[in-house]
Design a protein around this ligand. Structure first.
Ligand code: ZN
Length: 229
């Protein structure tokens, strides 16, 4: 019910304010995009995979033996990257989440592992219901559209609906995250690409990574729209 009311509200906004850049809400978006040219030029894209690795190196919680990592942009507070993440999480904009996935996929076109399965980091069912979609799955759909890699969102489930953990210490967060996710279905895939919207400490990826390793997935890759710096 809540979700449908929000959908209606968003449809109304689109009818009242058609074709405005989702970031500045002033200019017309560039052809086929959701941003105007000026905002597009402000997105802090990550240049290449080396830069991705360099920005993940300081993330102590991230598993050390991840296979390749793919990311689209840096995440800065109070910047367009924060607005983009906010837009796909809280502004009912799954289309943007998918478009970001497509852009991410195109940037690394020849580098995606063959025969890998895309696994979006799950949301708790209650939160997914409230939001209407899982933004990580929409990103995975965008990657899949470009790479043709299949998606399996039934391997891991989120069992705890714990909200913001920013007040807790890293160790406390890690401990809690261990029980936050669980294996839902055993599979025998060789390669899995974990997909998320943003990597902050890396603890979420680590929790999912450990679960995937516990069912003997050979190689685990990471694809994320943003990395905090
Ligand atoms: Zn703009």
């Amino acid at each position: 019910m809540l979700t449908s009311i929000r959908h209606i509200a968003n449809d109304l906004i689109t009818i009242l304010f058609p074709n405005l850049c989702v970031n500045c809400l002033k200019s017309e978006p560039f052809q086929g995009e959701q941003f105007c040219l000026s905002c597009l030029s402000k997105i802090p894209f990550i240049e290449d995979q080396k830069a991705v690795e360099a920005s993940l190196i300081g993330k102590k919680s991230l598993p050390k033996d991840l296979s390749s990592q793919f990311a689209l942009m840096y995440y800065y507070k109070k910047s367009i990257s924060q607005n983009i993440l906010h837009e796909i999480k809280y502004k009912d904009n799954p289309r943007l989440a998918q478009a970001l996935g497509e852009e991410l996929a195109r940037r690394y076109l020849k580098r995606w592992p063959k025969d890998a399965i895309l696994v979006p980091v799950p949301l708790h069912p209650k939160r997914r219901y409230k939001r209407g979609y899982n933004q990580a799955k929409k990103i995975a759909e965008g990657i899949s559209k470009v790479t043709q890699l299949p998606i399996d969102d039934r391997i891991i489930k989120r069992v705890l609906n714990n909200t913001s953990q920013t007040q807790k210490s890293l160790e406390e967060r890690k401990e809690l995250l261990k029980d936050t996710y669980a294996i839902r279905k055993k599979v025998n895939y060789e390669k899995v690409i974990l997909v998320d919207d943003v990597v902050t400490t890396g603890a979420t990826i680590s929790a999912c990574y450990n679960l995937l390793k516990s069912i003997d997935i050979g190689e685990v890759y990471l694809a994320t729209v943003a990395i905090t710096v």
